[in-house]
Design a protein around this ligand. Structure first.
Ligand SMILES: Nc1ncnc2c1ncn2[C@@H]1O[C@H](COP(=O)(O)OP(=O)(O)O)[C@@H](O)[C@H]1O
Ligand SMILES: [Mg+2]
Length: 378
């Protein structure tokens, strides 16, 4: 890949908070940004140099973007791979259409992982209620039904505990092609963020410390780093992550969500070919943030150090908290705490509005401090 020099323009499909933070980091390196987002007032609108107001998957928008950009990336994997394929010979795009095609359909993603011999929960493709019934015989109960495409933050999912729940679950996901997965009674959820690029045709890989993630209602609530796992489990997680990025000949940041079972087995849950919510701790918590790293990777620069500066806890702030007047005063007056807000309007339940970091020495104490600060906001 050739180097994309400062002064060049980076296109981002999707103008949410991930794009916003990529722009904040990329601007300091002298890059310009054009975003594609259907919402005129998306989180990046006032800091991007230009915006094409169109759907993320619009072919026209992709063609327009290709004309004005030197490299293209995304802040969501829900971009039609066909639109990226149509412009790839004009402008480099990371992730590539092949990566998007394999990742945005949960079935092809799981098939891809299976071919690589990566441990995961059993899964079966289902396209009708009869197939769902048969699939349950294979994966057992409880299990999780997930739409093959367009799911995020637990949307398009239903847990089936009992055979009587089948109809409700099938209706809940909208009776569309889906996969059914064995329910994993995990000890923890963890994620690995890994960056991969080529500098003068040499592959470079940089891996961030393992992060432990706590979800509420299927949405990330809190990330704790260090995750506190023994070296052998960490090594297992990193090996899976490296195998995946190498298999794709990947360029950019990838986040890989994993379950650690009560027996200490590591199972890959899903992969995201982009910067990720569970990597927000790196923005202030590591020498190089995931957002700066993404810009470095896609412009052919050397990768930055992924070293953790000190233990850190990240807590998400969802729109639910805004229902009454939200008061950030205590948070902002507490030493070691950094508030990030995405300037999104309006606040809605489940909408990611911001996050805060708590940094210090003792991870147990930090985690308790983070909970305490969060509870004061509710
Ligand atoms: N097979 C499973 N077993 C147990 N919990 C699951 C399973 N699949 C998903 N979950 C829970 O639901 C959350 C969201 O599911 P995920 O597959 O990551 O989809 P998405 O993040 O795209 O909505 C996970 O982080 C996990 O907490
Ligand atoms: Mg997930």
């Amino acid at each position: 890949m050739s180097m994309i020099l400062p002064g060049s323009t980076i296109g981002i499909i999707g103008g949410g908070q991930l794009a916003r933070m990529m722009i904040l980091e990329g601007r300091k390196m002298g890059y310009h940004f054009v975003i594609v987002d259907p919402a005129q007032d998306c989180a990046s609108h006032d800091i991007a140099n230009d915006q094409i107001v169109a759907s993320w998957s619009s072919l026209n928008a992709a063609l327009q973007l290709a004309k004005v950009c030197d490299v293209i990336t995304v802040d969501t994997e829900h971009v039609a791979w066909q639109s990226i394929q149509a412009i790839e010979d004009q402008v480099p795009a990371y992730p590539s259409s092949i990566v998007l095609k394999n990742v945005q359909d949960r079935l092809s993603q799981r098939d891809f992982l299976q071919k690589l011999d990566i441990a995961q929960t059993p899964y079966v493709n289902v396209e009708s209620i009869d197939e769902l019934r048969n699939a349950i015989d294979q994966v057992g109960l409880p299990c999780v039904l997930k739409t093959r495409t367009s799911g995020y933050d637990g949307k398009g999912q239903a847990v089936i505990k009992d055979k009587d729940d089948i109809h409700v679950a099938w209706d809940k996901i909208g009776r569309v092609p889906a996969i059914v997965e064995g329910f994993v009674d995990f000890q923890d959820e963890v994620s690995v963020l890994v960056a991969r690029t080529r500098v003068n045709s040499q592959v470079r890989i940089a891996t961030y410390p393992l992060a432990k993630n706590i979800h509420r209602k299927h949405i990330l609530h809190k990330t704790v780093v260090p995750a506190g796992y023994p070296e052998n489990i960490e090594k297992n997680c990193f090996q899976f992550a490296h195998k995946i990025v190498d298999a794709f000949d990947y360029i950019g940041i990838m986040a890989i969500e994993m379950f650690v079972t009560k027996q200490g087995e590591v199972l890959v849950n899903e992969i995201a070919p982009r910067t990720h919510n569970s990597g927000h701790f790196t923005y202030g918590g590591c020498v190089t943030s995931q957002f700066e790293q993404q810009i470095r990777a896609i412009t052919g620069q050397s990768l930055g150090a992924t070293t953790l500066i000190e233990p850190v806890v990240m807590v998400n702030l969802l729109g639910d908290l805004w229902k009454e007047d939200i008061n950030f005063q205590t948070l902002m007056q507490t030493p070691g705490v950094t508030l990030h807000l995405y300037d999104k309007h309006p606040a809605k339940p489940g909408r990611k509005m911001g996050h805060f970091l708590v940094q210090g020495q003792d991870i147990e104490a930090l985690s308790a401090k983070a909970d305490d600060l969060y509870n004061q906001l509710t």
